[in-house]
Ligand binder design. Structure first.
Ligand SMILES: Nc1ncnc2c1ncn2[C@@H]1O[C@H](COP(=O)(O)OP(=O)(O)OP(=O)(O)O)[C@@H](O)[C@H]1O
Ligand SMILES: Nc1nc2c(c(=O)[nH]1)N[C@H]1C(S)=C(S)[C@@H](COP(=O)(O)O)O[C@H]1N2
Length: 212
């Protein structure tokens, strides 16, 4: 097994290498999927997750139009066939007729996790007054957590990371703070975040080790 050393510990205990994680990222956009504009959703998701996690990540990226059957089929494929532990979607959460990502997500979910959508709307209100127009939600399917994010690329870091003060201290925690423990509870890999990007929270009894 590969190990790294926790140099901050007096006994310099070797820490296990972070577990690999398989993450699905799905950009739902009519125009980006037909090439009318460049997709900025997938790069923004990949960039933020790579900065936030110590775990080695294998990404499963998908760029698809706002078609409910295609969204549902993609989510099922990422969870059931690709065995992703986490799937993040971006786009299609608003009130326009073709915005159907939440419906497709609920259709494939076994249990809804409404707190994610509630908290993201609260965070987004600190950035934009139209935050309440996003119907974003989250669900569990099997051993995977699926979370909807709005389509505006900058909203990805805003909702996952939250709002920080000038000193870098969190003013409003982003929703990703709750993701590692949720994935523990559904039997997925142990996710370890970089505190400078996102301080994940676990009850003390669930903390296996703290990485510097
Ligand atoms: N994947 C994307 N890449 C780049 N910019 C995007 C993307 N998705 C959305 N945006 C930007 O955010 C705005 C709001 O996103 P929204 O999901 O409401 O788009 P939309 O009007 O439904 O159109 P579309 O589905 O064709 O992207 C868009 O007008 C666009 O400027
Ligand atoms: N953090 C954040 N949340 C946001 C926004 C944003 O720019 N930043 N845009 C809002 C707007 S204008 C809309 S219409 C809804 C839905 O966007 P979507 O259809 O692109 O998912 O998300 C809202 N949530």
């Amino acid at each position: 097994m590969t190990t790294t050393t926790d140099a901050s510990s007096p006994s310099a205990c070797p820490l296990p290498a972070p577990e690999p994680v398989h993450i699905g990222i799905v950009s739902v956009s009519d125009r980006a999927s037909r090439g009318a504009y460049e997709d900025k959703g997938l790069p923004a998701l990949q960039d933020w997750l790579t900065r936030a996690l110590h775990n080695p990540i294998t990404f499963e990226p998908r760029l698809i139009p706002d078609e409910p059957e295609e969204i549902a089929r993609t989510l099922i494929e990422l969870v059931d066939a690709q065995r992703c532990s986490l799937v993040l979607t971006t786009g299609g959460t608003g009130p326009a007729p073709r915005d159907v990502t939440p419906e497709a997500t609920l259709a494939v979910g076994e249990r809804e996790m409404p707190g994610f959508g509630e908290q993201m709307r609260q965070i987004s209100l600190r950035f934009v007054p139209t935050a309440i127009l996003s119907r974003q939600t989250a669900v569990i399917r099997g051993q995977a957590l699926i979370i909807n994010l709005p389509g505006q690329p900058k909203s990805i870091a805003e909702t996952l990371e939250g709002l920080k003060g000038a000193d870098g201290a969190p003013l409003v925690p982003g929703v990703f703070a709750a993701v590692p423990y949720c994935i523990d509870l559904i039997g997925g890999p142990y996710l370890e975040t970089r505190e400078s990007v996102c301080a994940a929270f676990r009850p003390k009894t669930a903390v296996r080790h703290v990485r510097p």
